[in-house]
Design a protein around this ligand. Structure first.
Ligand code: GLU
Length: 454
């Protein structure tokens, strides 16, 4: 395989350099001296577009090339009278010369703990794929004004896509936050992939009790080396919130709307990713957000736990990973519970339909699971609202078997809470009592808040 700059000559060599292209498209590509992954301008009499030449499936025709545009979309272009001209690939920001991170003396101290995700990623210009690469230090270099807001300390804990984060990682994150607070942080920011940021936020809310300072999780929907990235505004907002917010809770800070003119901080146990790609993907469920942030001003939207400088949180970071979340659906096969019971899981969160229902066909399995010592709780897949298992006789039957209702908790929060509860105690009565009481704003005994999807 030839490197960039030298020309592949044989047909197989040419095909390898232009993976998937063949026939006429391959001729145009090789005649222009470009390869898959190159930044280029494609021109014909009607258009002129720039982007990255993407690979092509062997099954695709030989008359089109595919270019990834700057906004991330792929465009197919006919090779008929097309000219291709290679450009210098766009330099990711991380290659900017390293600058010493400086801050003014006397500013609040903020620790940024980096765990990975898009906010700490860069685009692979060969394939358009995004891979974890930027550290908290890199981010700090890219947003030097952070030094005007706070005295920053950075810690690289992980470089993980958040779908790979597990309860063990939550424990380490909680321990890191604890250590940073012990070492004098006035606030902590955790950069995190957005996919499971809500789970981690809930986990830290349970694991770090009596917090004296804010702990702000932040992510981004567009990788930080894209010009359209939301990473910088979000990161700056998170550092502002960590250093100045009046509350001492775990929050998730992201865009409030699709434009850049407002941020929102959600309570860690009430937040859910509700959209795959929008910047305002995160919404508070069954609760207003904790606060809005406009032009750096924080407007609290509900009562909160206030800062209390100089204290340490109570670290309760053990989680039991042997808990599963099962969504009920029409026709759910009863025997799918057999291996769960056999394997001896410790907890099952059922995501029931409506007010908290599952088909009667699986009742005997739920009874078996509870008799085998498994804690079974019921949340609702409706997401908004609360379970009420007293309305129908089927719900009452589940309650009498010992199923514990999750009130107005998000199913994901109920999962994390059950893992946390089972990490604290094995006593059945205490499990029920802990799960049913409010620990970190995750549960209200009555749903006063019935609308407002923010
Ligand atoms: N799936 C990855 C994650 O959650 C990237 C998505 C993101 O960060 O938004 O870490």
């Amino acid at each position: 395989m030839s490197g960039k700059g030298s020309q592949p000559s044989s047909y197989p060599q040419r095909q390898q350099a232009a993976s998937g292209y063949k026939g006429k498209a391959l001729d145009v590509i090789t005649a222009s001296g470009v390869q898959v992954g190159d930044a280029l301008i494609a021109k014909n009499e009607k258009l002129s577009v720039s982007g990255i030449l993407m690979p092509r499936s062997e099954l695709d025709d030989d008359r089109h090339i595919v270019i990834k545009l700057k906004d991330g979309y792929n465009l197919g272009i006919s090779v008929e009278s097309l000219t291709l001209q290679r450009l210098q690939p766009e330099e990711p920001r991380r290659t900017a010369p390293a600058v010493e991170a400086k801050s003014k003396p006397g500013l609040p101290k903020v620790a940024i703990i980096s765990t990975g995700g898009t906010i700490a990623s860069r685009v692979d210009y060969k394939t358009g794929a995004v891979s974890p690469a930027l550290t908290a230090g890199d981010l700090y270099q890219s947003v030097p004004e952070l030094g005007e807001i706070a005295e920053i300390r950075t810690e690289i804990l992980y470089s993980l896509l958040s779908e790979n984060i597990s309860p063990e990682n939550w424990k380490s994150m909680a321990q890191s936050v604890y250590r940073q607070i012990k070492e004098g942080a006035d606030g902590v920011v955790i950069t995190h992939g957005t996919d499971t940021m809500g789970f981690t936020a809930a986990a830290l809310s349970f694991a770090l009790q009596d917090l004296p300072v804010p702990v702000i999780l932040v992510g981004s929907q567009r990788s930080s080396d894209r010009p359209s990235s939301d990473a910088y505004l979000n990161l700056k907002g998170a550092v502002l919130a960590a250093s100045r917010a009046p509350f001492a809770e775990v929050g998730v800070l992201m865009h409030k709307g699709i434009s850049d003119n407002g941020l929102v901080i959600h309570r860690g146990t009430r937040v859910r990713k509700m959209h795959t790609s929008r910047r305002d993907a995160f919404k508070s469920v069954n609760s207003p957000p904790l606060a809005y942030m406009n032009d750096g001003q924080i407007e609290a939207l509900q009562p909160f736990r206030a800062r209390s400088g100089g204290k340490l949180p109570a670290l309760k970071a053990d989680f039991d990973p042997d808990v599963v979340l099962i969504k009920s659906f029409p026709g759910i096969p009863p025997d799918m519970f057999d291996p769960l019971i056999h394997r001896g899981f410790h907890g099952i969160v059922l995501e029931g339909t409506g007010l908290g229902h599952v088909p009667e066909k699986i009742f005997h399995q739920i009874r078996r699971a509870i008799q085998a010592g498994i804690t079974v709780v019921m949340a609702s897949q409706c997401i908004y609202g609360r379970v009420n298992m007293n309305v129908y006789s089927t719900g009452r039957e589940l309650l009498s078997m010992g199923v514990i209702p999750a009130g107005d908790m998000l199913p994901e929060t109920a999962l994390v809470k059950l893992m946390w509860v089972l990490g604290q105690t094995t006593d059945k009565l205490r499990i029920r009592e802990l799960f049913s009481s409010e620990i970190a704003g995750e549960l209200s005994q009555r749903s006063a808040y019935t609308e407002g999807r923010e």
